[in-house]
Design a protein around this ligand. Structure first.
Ligand SMILES: Cc1cc2nc3c(=O)[nH]c(=O)nc-3n(C[C@H](O)[C@H](O)[C@H](O)COP(=O)(O)O)c2cc1C
Length: 169
């Protein structure tokens, strides 16, 4: 799919087919995340690809939605703040870096005809327990990944004049 078409047509998908994901497509999607830019190239991220039905069911308990269980794969993106670049004023870039890589993954999935839905509203302690995350590794986002079983309607955006300024605030 052409880049701008993927940008334009990507939607948060909340209904999935159980069809397994083509391995080569999954590989390209994970490469898109792995090769994302990060502050000082620290790459303070880990992506956990969950195929196992039991683990997926346990993840659903941290964000109880039927559609999360319906996709064949869930990807959990984690940050390692201790490995991230820190600005002089103390701002840690781990979350920013993980978000950029995760959006690479989301857009690559769209280009492959696969659906995602960025999920941030999970119970982080629950995800940590289910995934066996070691100390210092934080779950930042997760998404179901699978072939869409629905064509979500376009969502609205603020008009450009409201969000783009010229030269100064
Ligand atoms: C950081 C972030 C967190 C989100 N968390 C959730 C979530 O917990 N549950 C959910 O259903 N959607 C979540 N979304 C999806 C948004 O609701 C969705 O992107 C937005 O409504 C625009 O719709 P669209 O993605 O179809 O264009 C999240 C999106 C982002 C970027």
């Amino acid at each position: 799919m052409e880049f701008y078409e993927a940008l334009r047509t990507r939607r948060s998908v909340r209904k999935y087919k159980s069809t397994p994901i083509e391995p080569a497509a999954l590989d390209r999607i994970l490469e898109a995340a792995r090769t994302a830019p990060s502050a000082a190239n620290r790459q303070p991220w880990q992506f956990i690809v969950v195929f196992d039905e039991g683990v997926r069911q346990n993840l659903v308990k941290t964000y109880p939605r039927d559609w999360l269980a319906s996709a064949p794969v869930i990807i959990v993106a984690c940050a390692e703040p201790a490995a991230a670049w820190v600005r002089r004023d103390g701002k840690n870039y781990a979350d920013v870096d993980v978000a950029i890589a995760f959006e690479h993954l989301v857009l690559a999935a769209a280009a492959e005809g696969l659906g995602t839905c960025w999920i941030g509203a999970f119970d982080p302690a629950g995800v940590g327990k289910v995934m066996g995350l070691p100390e210092g590794i934080e779950p930042i986002a997760m998404t179901p990944l699978g072939y869409p079983d629905d064509v979500p309607r376009p969502t609205s955006r603020k008009p450009r004049a409201e969000v783009v300024r010229r030269d100064r605030w």
